[in-house]
Design a protein around this ligand. Structure first.
Ligand code: HEM
Ligand SMILES: *[C@@H]1O[C@H](CO)[C@@H](O)[C@H](O)[C@H]1NC(C)=O
Ligand SMILES: *[C@@H]1O[C@H](CO)[C@@H](O)[C@H](O)[C@H]1NC(C)=O
Length: 489
């Protein structure tokens, strides 16, 4: 009896909620009915949200509403709606919606999670310093070339023995961020560096744990439960401490007339604005921005490279074609550089196809509308969280026939020239587009060509038996574990 009464009450509440949605300025996007607090827990599998959302899109169309726990989210499913929102209505959709985990991890004042004026200024500053010759004597391209030479040397020392290349790739990629923010790379054996990387690496694992995903559904509850998500938060505090130490060292040796790196450039900015009581450039936002660059810039790029080295083993003929192009354009006697890329359409297409195929961040990073927004025939109230999904864009079957097949031909014209596609959005699009896109593409190109210039990848199993399908989780798409040997050419 009590249950029935409760059910009637809940239904009434839901009806009232729906009616209120309808009556304000037009209707809100449709979606499954949500339970109070638990939301659409029965429609959304925390372990594989991308798949749950695909199913819902079949029922509700390209714009629909879900509830992740108590959090209301509007999902954009497909190229047309994602483009209309992020590009045609770029301003409206430029907010960052923070899921509980991201908010707790990044604490809100860095580039990734801030909003409004703070975000505008921190982002503009980061883009300027990340541009080549943004700071220091050496260009970012030279820093990547140097790191690629260290990486190749290190691989050579494995003497064709099969191993899992994950750690080498993480070290190389993290060192680029170290070089940019701290002024110099670390030796691969440096204790401090290894601790930092260990923490970041561990968190990469933790982020896919079920408890971590549940944190987004039930933050208050999970805050009290033990599990990998707690270790993840502790690790972040350690990384924070490390960054604060580095900042203190920089403050001691800082010379405003010659900024060595991102931190120095930021200290200059703080100095210029010291009369301004409302400056967004503070030690706090410097720490958070630096952490953002590490968290956003390391796992993304190194995991993409890890996918790449697996996929290239699966397709020896693709690897060979890339190597022929490297030999023709770069030769064997010098480091690859970005100017080579325009003459290497096949390699360029291969790298684009890797990013398209692996679909690294299926859900993108959450956005929010910064004001009451009319979108198509719907009304979306200010601050509503938005998921502009990337999977349906990168795997659109009209733009990329056979989207589940790896094929560099997706980015090649019939005459072998590079074919651009507006659907290439692994970095998202619009005002929030990845701030490290240029850097990431430089790293992918120079690291991959340097490796293939010097080695041929040899799988430990028959290449036909390699499974390149990414393991999809709610956070990121990761390759199946593998070992490979590098045969000097
Ligand atoms: C293959 C590598 C990478 C991929 C696939 C990737 C992808 C993304 C995506 C999808 C977003 C969300 C964009 C949005 O909200 O619409 C993003 C944001 C961001 N990324 Fe990347 N990223 C990569 C590498 C990097 C690197 C190397 C850096 C470091 C410099 C970086 C820094 C950032 C920052 C700071 C943001 C937040 C931008 C903002 O909120 O304004 N990313 N990235
Ligand atoms: C890659 O190989 C070429 C010769 O094949 C060599 O000149 C170059 O130094 C090698 N790169 C590294 C980093 O060892
Ligand atoms: C190759 O084909 C594309 C589109 O089919 C065309 O735009 C381009 O001009 C062609 N380039 C050459 C060199 O033939």
């Amino acid at each position: 009896m009590a249950t029935i009464f409760l059910l009637i009450c809940i239904s009434c509440l839901l009806l009232i909620a729906t009616w209120r949605n309808m009556s304000q300025n037009g209707k809100q996007p449709p979606g499954p009915i949500a339970l109070p607090l638990a939301g659409n827990i029965f429609q959304l599998n925390p372990k594989n949200l991308p798949e749950s959302l695909r199913k819902l899109s079949e029922k509700y169309g390209p714009v629909f509403t879900i509830h992740l726990g108590p959090q209301k989210i509007v999902v954009l499913y497909g190229y047309d709606v994602v483009k209309e929102a992020l590009i045609d209505q770029a301003d409206d959709f430029s907010g960052r919606g923070s899921l509980p985990l991201l908010k707790r991890l990044l604490k809100g004042t860095g580039i990734v999670t801030s909003n409004g004026e703070t975000w505008k200024q921190l982002r503009r500053f980061a883009l300027t310093t990340l541009r080549d010759f943004g700071m220091g004597k050496r260009s970012i391209e030279e820093r990547i070339q140097e790191e690629a030479r260290f990486l190749v040397e290190r691989i050579r020392n494995t003497h064709e023995k099969a191993f899992n290349p994950g750690r080498f790739l993480t070290h190389a990629v993290s060192n680029i961020i170290c070089s940019i923010v701290f002024g110099d790379r670390f030796d691969y054996e440096d204790k401090k560096f290894l601790t930092l990387i260990y923490l970041l690496d561990e968190n990469n694992e933790y982020q896919n744990a079920i408890q971590t995903q549940l944190y987004n559904f039930f933050p208050t509850l999970m805050e009290f439960l033990p599990g990998p998500h707690q270790k993840m938060l502790k690790n972040i505090d350690e990384v924070d401490k490390f960054i604060l130490e580095m900042i203190a060292q920089h403050q001691e040796t800082w010379d405003p007339s010659c900024p060595r790196d991102f931190i120095d450039a930021f200290l200059n900015k703080m100095d210029q604005e010291k009369e301004n009581g409302h400056s967004v450039f503070t030690v706090e936002s410097l720490t958070r921005s630096t952490l953002d660059l590490f968290l956003a810039g390391t796992g993304t790029t190194s995991t993409t490279l890890r996918h790449a080295l697996l996929i290239l083993q699966k397709y020896p003929e693709i690897q060979e074609k890339v190597q022929r192009e490297i030999d023709r354009v770069i030769g064997r006697d010098r480091s690859p550089c970005m100017a080579d890329r325009s003459q290497m359409p096949y390699t360029d297409a291969m790298i684009h196809e890797i990013q398209r195929f692996i679909d690294f961040l299926p859900l993108n990073v959450p956005h929010a509308v910064i004001k009451d927004t009319k979108f198509r025939n719907y009304f979306i109230p200010k601050d509503t969280m938005i998921f502009p999904l990337l999977t349906p864009v990168l795997h659109d079957s009209k733009e990329f026939p056979n989207p589940e097949k790896f094929d560099p031909g997706h980015f090649l014209n019939a005459n072998g020239t590079f074919k651009k596609s507006d659907f290439f959005m692994p970095f998202s699009a619009g005002k929030r587009i990845c701030a490290g896109e240029g850097l990431a593409r430089m790293e992918l190109f120079i690291f991959l060509t340097s490796i293939l210039q010097n080695f041929t990848l040899k799988p430990v199993v028959d290449h036909k038996d390699i499974d390149i399908a990414p393991l999809i989780t709610s956070a990121a798409s990761i390759p199946r574990p593998y070992e490979v040997s590098f045969i000097p050419r």
